[in-house]
Write a protein of this length. Structure first.
Length: 146
């Protein structure tokens, strides 16, 4: 079972470009979120292939989008900002998080600044400064200190 679960992402990339969101929504709303997200991304790209995979019990959902069959990587990349915006807005509407288990890092840092709760983000900076005053541990990740 574990091998099947772990191979899902690898196998998913064999038939074209993909993007994945490490989201969380309240467990009771996962099905509604998937239905809304599927409709939203199909409004952007009708032949897109959603492939959600999640933990369900804790609300963690890897909402993966597979490019339409035969779509080239460069054509796929054109849609990524619009797809990301649509999914992120739904995550907000469902009172979820743009990062459930894999962290913010550099990839989602700007999204967190835009979509996160201002009070929570404001608290992150003094904690980071107190624990890492010279910014040597994961510099530039999660929040900008300046």
């Amino acid at each position: 079972m574990w091998r099947i679960r772990e191979a899902q992402a690898e196998v998913g990339r064999l038939d074209g470009p993909v993007m994945s969101f490490d989201t969380s929504v309240p467990p009771s709303r996962i099905l509604a979120f998937i239905e809304a997200a599927d409709a939203a991304v199909r409004d952007i790209l009708p032949d897109i292939r959603p492939a959600p995979l999640g933990h369900i019990g804790d609300g963690n959902l890897h909402y993966t989008l597979k490019a339409p069959i035969g779509m080239a990587e460069d054509a796929w990349r054109v849609h990524i900002p619009t797809l990301t915006n649509a999914v992120n807005r739904l995550i907000q509407a469902f009172h979820g998080s743009i990062s459930a288990e894999h962290g913010i890092g550099l990839t989602k840092r700007d999204e967190l600044a835009e979509l996160g709760q201002p009070a929570e983000i404001a608290m992150m900076r003094p904690i980071k400064r107190a624990l890492d005053p010279t910014d040597i541990m994961n510099p530039g990740k999660i929040v900008h200190l300046a």
